[in-house]
Design a protein around this ligand. Structure first.
Ligand code: FAD
Length: 242
């Protein structure tokens, strides 16, 4: 499949293309599906880092569409990784619902990048949802000893069963039902943070990946109302409500 103008731009920006092949798939809940793949040499060529994501090319009505997805447990030696899809309408979700062994998908590696803060933060505040669950889990794995509070927004009842890799002893997981297009989550975080943050906001680290509008609201409050320095906040909207 040609990638159209988006592909040309990514190529000019030195994006690298790889063909990945499905080896299996599991339905985790009625709205969440895990797909296993081989990487076509991608991980050895690019290396891996926490929360790493790729641009995958999905076809819809004969046209290519690129969508960002996070690598789950990437293994450069075995040349394998998995993807986890929060299922909704859309060409990426449709592809995941149908994915069977032998199916192929093209990936472009361009734009991803995250380095674990050094020195490690005294506390991690993570705010995510099913679309960012793979990245949340990757982040928690990358900083296993750091105390963390995780707010996990659950749009559907079955999301309560999604596997957040929180460690019982020093990770506090707060599942928050999605209400009012994310406003309820933003309010829960805002109400709880002053009591959790301690007296030096610069020692904490925030990682925020919800829908774009909620991510913006949270980021702005955390920066302006709680005076958290810019470099202690990593925020990216993972999807848009249309
Ligand atoms: C860096 C990065 C990494 C990401 N990693 C993952 C990942 O590992 N797993 C994952 O599931 N998603 C991930 N996402 C989000 C994913 O790229 C988007 O949800 C994308 O829009 C899905 O494409 P689609 O073709 O299925 O739907 P689209 O064609 O984009 O949208 C179709 C409809 O579905 C709605 N929609 C889109 N996404 C969601 C959602 N998450 N929840 C509810 N409704 C939605 C839209 O508003 C629209 O109405 C990531 C996003 C980013 C930026």
């Amino acid at each position: 499949m040609g990638h159209g103008w988006e592909g040309v731009v990514l190529k000019l920006m030195r994006g690298k293309d790889f063909a990945c092949t499905v080896t299996g798939a599991e339905q985790v809940t009625d709205r969440y599906r895990r797909v296993h793949l081989t990487d076509g040499g991608m991980l050895r060529a690019t290396g891996v880092h926490p929360t790493m994501w790729v641009r995958l090319w999905f076809e819809n009505a004969g046209k290519p569409h690129q969508r960002a997805y996070t690598l789950v447990d990437p293994d450069p030696v075995a040349g394998t990784f998995s993807l986890e899809f929060a299922l909704h309408e859309g060409c990426a979700s449709d592809w995941a619902r149908r994915a069977r062994p032998g199916d192929t998908i093209e990936a472009t590696v361009q734009g991803t990048g995250f380095t674990v803060p050094d020195p490690l933060p005294s506390r991690l505040f993570v705010i995510g949802d099913p679309a960012s669950l793979p990245a949340v889990n990757s982040l928690l794995d990358a900083m296993p000893g750091t105390p963390a509070t995780i707010w996990f927004e659950t749009p559907h009842e079955s999301d309560a069963g999604l596997p957040v890799r929180a460690r019982a002893d020093h990770h506090e997981l707060r599942r928050v039902p999605r209400r009012d297009a994310g406003a309820h989550l933003a309010e829960e975080v805002r109400a709880a943070l002053p009591g959790l943050l301690g007296d030096d906001p610069a020692k904490a680290f925030f990682w925020i990946a919800c829908d774009a509008a909620t991510t913006r609201t949270l980021t702005s409050r955390i920066r302006k109302e709680l005076a958290v320095p810019k470099e202690r906040v990593n925020a990216l909207g993972y999807w848009r409500t249309v």
